[in-house]
Design a protein around this ligand. Sequence first.
Ligand SMILES: *[C@@H]1O[C@H](CO)[C@@H](O)[C@H](O)[C@H]1NC(C)=O
Ligand SMILES: *[C@@H]1O[C@H](CO)[C@@H](O)[C@H](O)[C@H]1NC(C)=O
Ligand SMILES: *[C@@H]1O[C@H](CO)[C@@H](O)[C@H](O)[C@H]1NC(C)=O
Length: 487
Amino acid sequence: MAVWIKWSFWILMLKTFPLIAWGDEQDHSLKQVLFCQPQSPSPVLLKMFDEEQMFQYNFADKSVVPRIPNLKKWANQDVFSNSSDLAFDIQLCTEAMQNFTQAVVNITPETKGILDIKVFTLHPLTIGKPNTLVCFISNIIPPDLNITWRKNGILLTEGISYTGYFALSNIEYQTFSYLNITPTYTDSYTCNAQEGSTTAVAYWVSEYPTPSEILENVLCYLAIAIGIVFLFLGLLFLFLTWKQHRNGFVVQEMIDCSFENNETATFHYSLTFNRMTVVAYDATRQKFTYCDPYPCIKQIYMVAAGIAKKLNNKPGIVTRMQQEKSKCQAQVKEFWENTMERRVQPSMKVFLPDIVHEGSIPHLVCHVWGFYPADIVVLWLLNDTILVKNYTNAVPVGDWTYQIVALLDMRGSLPENKYTCVVQHSSLQDPMTEDWSYGLTSNQIKKISIATVVFVLGLVTLIAGFVLWRNAKKSGYIPIPGYNEGN
Ligand SMILES: *[C@@H]1O[C@H](CO)[C@@H](O)[C@H](O)[C@H]1NC(C)=O
Ligand SMILES: *[C@@H]1O[C@H](CO)[C@@H](O)[C@H](O)[C@H]1NC(C)=O
Ligand SMILES: *[C@@H]1O[C@H](CO)[C@@H](O)[C@H](O)[C@H]1NC(C)=O
């Protein structure tokens, strides 16, 4: 619902955000990522666009799994390197992992990320209405997690799905798990991510529920008394224990090309160990280099030198790099519409949740979800002009959409205040807005207007009908003989 906004809004916005240029001047990349590690899953083969997973290779049945249905038509082996090259890469990755690990196991500990875990609902929460909890785990290294869900402490086995790992540009990984739920006021859920002896837990209960629409409708059509039933929130809790274990050595091969809008994509080949780039391809010299420009410790240097030598001596490797480069550049164009030009409009909902927990701060919620790309600006305006706060930090949901929840502290707000949540996104020509003020929402006003019109129309019809009927009776009035006489 794009609504015309007052001129003053525009001036304000231009003043506040003079340089919003969606998607321009940003680096993008299309990557083929192969990683191997001592523990499972290994090897893992992925195709990534920026921070989104496009395809995942299933080694068990040799199938290519698209992350979202839009990408189905390309879901075949051709999105990856050809099978003989892949076989070589997997062998190299596995051997390199073993050799590096052997070389440094007693010298350096493996690199480990401190897991960041969040649980939130996919849609604004309504008690009793099916929803999906998203468990988003980032900063993962090594990519070796057991993710489990519990409801009121009891392990769940149904309604759960996983996305597998997403390989990010900074050689970290992230992953998502989804749980289908029907929220209640009292159930609590936890998402547990276990990595060896390290456990991260995120805890979630219904806290700020949205007003129930079913009840609202019923009440509206019955008597126009609005009772607010509640909902919503995602509460986050992080608990972490830490203990070292010696199996976090990951080798990752990345074949990618990066590009800005419409520019020729630049090709890269790199092999990383423990998040350090140890071997890379220098396209100008047509040579694999090692420990350059970042120096390595001696033990790693030896292994890296061996790998670079092996690659440099491999017949046809320069041709292959050229083929990989043209393939990557061709794929940038092939996927353009579904990557660079992909635009999905947001949905939004503004509501004042009921306070479930005594003493918590009242917040107005603007929940915006389902959009792509991630760049977004969500503004809170007071009485049409004053900018109260803006938000830009969208979270990924793992399915090529993002969401953002903009909270506004309502302490000290005046009853006559009007708040507007404004959403600016590259999928929208005009900003999307939704107003909120104490009392009735615009939707409620709409419903009430309809109810009132129907009610008044009915009343008018009734009165008119009754009057006509009475007049008709009057004009045809024939006194009953003797009835009016004698009073
Ligand atoms: C790993 O080490 C073995 C034994 O030293 C060597 O034969 C092999 O080429 C090495 N492989 C890699 C990829 O470094
Ligand atoms: C994950 O769970 C499986 C089976 O419960 C167990 O064998 C494995 O060690 C666990 N992995 C981690 C990293 O905790
Ligand atoms: C795979 O690539 C290699 C070298 O890069 C090439 O020799 C071979 O013909 C390719 N195979 C197919 C099926 O394209």
